[in-house]
Ligand binder design. Structure first.
Ligand code: AMP
Ligand code: MG
Length: 403
């Protein structure tokens, strides 16, 4: 009997990989170089936003009581005593019967408590006819978006573009973030060749290296590409010799039940195994272990299995180990237009095309669901998730994960 867990659930696999990763290292990055990083500290606002009470519109600033009765039939005429624009406030004070020309983002002058939009005004020399009452709601109050000291972005936030905009608005020029993970990638297999090389019968180009490196780099992780290893114990250990400083080794191939599944053998015989096999399809034979202090996550060799396991287990674990608590994927509900099913005990991920049909999305299964079928992965825009033992018929509602 093996002395490690087998056939574990997807959440257990994510948690195990999260636990196997080293502690992340903090660094400070300029705002312009922090995209895709995870915040290592809470960010509180260093300024108010807006910084003063300001106008949401172009128009005039007024005293509400002066324009309360104004409408198209009985306009109110006010004296225009100056203007306030963004970056150059009006210095004086508004008295009864007076108005100040104002523009979006300009400070509201003292004495004013409402705004009339320019569409409801007729200017004549230094006077203005007002065709509608002023509105207090069109004044954006100082600090109403955020005020000094407010928690704007909690640690663990993944810095997507809107979060970067908020960090900038709160006054940060550099951000405390976790250093990107460094992940070494190793493809295994006697049959695997580099794209560009001649292909003998029975050989296959290494697609995993390129797909996985792109997934890692897109999320800001440093991918260290290793030359692919042949299926001998010597070749495998030689490939792992000069690894340098990496946080994780991600292998593909060599983890199922065969004689030449040497990544599995290496971990079992010479390393440590945290788990082997996950209740997922495709990608069931995934393995996690340790070899000479280095966490090793073994992805199955079939390209679809490798990419699905990356999305479902590796990406969430890499983010969680840096304190990211949010959902790493975007999900949507869709109306099934195909038959989807899963086997007992395993969650299935089907390559599917989601397309808008009326108010909702319709999900079409790609016709070839073999785990070697890369074409379907490249032409799909989502994975439909089928919980263990379920069968989905056309017309049923499904959960889909955008790719
Ligand atoms: P394995 O997991 O090593 O048994 O491989 C399963 C299948 O995936 C076999 O058909 C392999 O040829 C294929 N395969 C393994 N590694 C790669 C790779 N890096 N790129 C493309 N196909 C691969
Ligand atoms: Mg192999």
């Amino acid at each position: 009997m093996p002395d490690f867990p087998m056939n574990i659930s997807i959440p257990e696999a994510v948690a195990a990989l999260e636990a196997a990763l080293p502690r992340p290292v903090e660094e400070h990055r300029p705002l312009a170089q922090a995209r895709g990083r995870v915040l290592s500290q809470d960010l509180t606002a260093l300024c108010d936003h807006p910084g003063l009470d300001d106008s949401a519109l172009d128009g005039i600033a007024v005293r509400l009581e002066d324009t309360r009765e104004a409408d198209e039939a009985r306009p109110v005429t006010l004296e225009v005593i100056g203007e306030s624009r963004a970056g150059a406030a009006f210095g004086g004070k508004l008295e009864a019967g007076q108005a100040v020309r104002i523009y979006t983002g300009a400070p509201v002058p003292s004495g004013a408590d409402g705004i009339v939009p320019v569409e409801r005004l007729a200017f004549e020399a230094n006077r203005v006819r007002v065709l509608a009452p002023g509105r207090a709601q069109d004044i954006r109050r100082q600090g109403s978006d955020f005020a000094v000291g407010d928690l704007g972005l909690p640690r663990g936030t993944l810095l997507r573009p809107p979060a970067l905009a908020l960090a900038a608005a709160m006054g940060y020029a550099t951000l405390p973030v976790w250093r990107p993970w460094r992940v070494a990638l190793l493809s295994t297999g006697d049959e695997v060749r580099e794209p560009g090389e001649a292909l003998e019968p029975g050989q296959v180009y290494d697609s995993n290296l390129y797909g996985l490196a792109a997934l890692l780099e897109e999320m800001g992780v440093q991918a260290v590409r290793l030359p692919h290893a042949l299926d001998t114990p010597e070749a495998l250990t030689a490939a792992l010799g000069p690894l340098g400083e990496v946080d994780l080794l991600l292998t593909s191939g060599g983890v199922s039940m065969g004689r030449y599944d040497l990544v599995r053998d290496l971990l079992i015989d010479q390393g440590q195994v945290d788990f082997w096999k996950v209740r997922i399809r495709p990608g069931g034979p995934a393995i996690l272990g340790r070899w000479r202090d280095l966490p090793v996550f073994g992805l199955p060799g079939n390209p679809v299995s490798a990419l699905v396991v990356f999305e479902v287990i590796v990406r969430p674990a890499l983010l969680r180990a840096q304190g990211h608590t949010g959902e790493p994927h975007r999900f949507t509900q869709a109306v099934s237009r195909s038959h989807f099913r899963s086997v007992e005990g395993k969650t299935a991920f089907w390559r599917a095309l989601l397309s808008r049909e009326g108010e909702s999305f319709a999900a079409y299964a790609y016709h070839n669901q073999l785990s070697s079928g890369l074409r379907g992965l490249a032409t799909s825009n989502a994975l439909v998730v089928v919980e263990p033992g379920l069968e989905v018929r056309p017309g049923d509602t499904v959960q889909a994960m955008w790719l």
